[in-house]
Ligand binder design. Structure first.
Ligand SMILES: N[C@@H](CCC(=O)N[C@@H](CS)C(=O)NCC(=O)O)C(=O)O
Length: 204
């Protein structure tokens, strides 16, 4: 077993854990906590100098950044499973959706979730949650249109584009998505795959 994934599942580590489970990789999981009690400890800085999770070790290779780790895992271990791109156009489309999720909606979804239900009630700021939810409406419409008449984002099969975007949207399972019905049904389809359910069991 050469692959080790560092980080508790209830964090962005859910992304490489889901990818590894989809790919059937025989990996070791080190559930390092985030912050002072785990990822920021000096001994973990040799794994990820940023003091954050997730991180990955595969033989001599050390990697940080969840989406770079996912990219590496599917490029190395796909073995025909279909998560990896099959040509340049698919590669660009998978990167497009991955970067879109990270830059257009990730921060706002986290802000919404923490202020809507993750933090204890006294710490929540309902107005911040409301503003964060309002700010993702335009990108959600873009995603909804991209999914019109399609089951998956790229190449008519479940790819890393679906995994990365659905992992970023995970918290929206608890939001009302009835006004973006394509996103609603696609998100459920992604997050109810056996590998996604196994990942969710590790974190919920
Ligand atoms: N862009 C990085 C973000 C990593 C990150 O911020 N991870 C959080 C947990 S989800 C963390 O380790 N925070 C600990 C800290 O900032 O002390 C990625 O996608 O991997």
């Amino acid at each position: 077993m050469s692959v080790t994934i560092y980080g508790v599942a209830a964090s962005r580590t859910m992304r490489p854990l889901w990818a590894a489970l989809e790919l059937g990789i025989d990996f070791k999981h080190e559930p390092i906590a985030f912050g002072e009690t785990g990822s920021r400890k000096p001994e973990f800085r040799s794994v990820n100098p940023n003091g954050k999770i997730p991180a990955l070790k595969d033989g001599d290779l050390l990697l940080f950044e969840s989406m770079a780790i996912d990219w590496y895992l599917v490029r190395k271990y796909d073995n025909g499973k279909g998560l990896a791109p099959r040509n340049l156009e698919e590669e660009a489309a998978i990167l497009q959706w991955t970067f879109w999720a990270m830059t257009e909606v990730e921060k706002q979804i986290i802000e919404w979730a923490f202020n809507a239900f993750v933090w204890p009630a006294e710490r929540r700021a309902p107005k911040v949650a409301e503003a964060a939810m309002a700010s993702i409406q335009a990108p959600l419409q873009v995603l909804d249109q991209a999914l019109a008449g399609k089951q998956w984002l790229v190449g008519e099969r479940f790819t890393l584009a679906d995994l990365n975007v659905a992992a970023v949207l995970y918290r929206l399972l608890q939001a009302d998505l009835s006004h973006v019905p394509n996103v609603q049904s696609w998100l459920r389809l992604c997050l109810e795959r056996p590998a996604a359910l196994a990942m969710r069991k590790m974190r919920e």
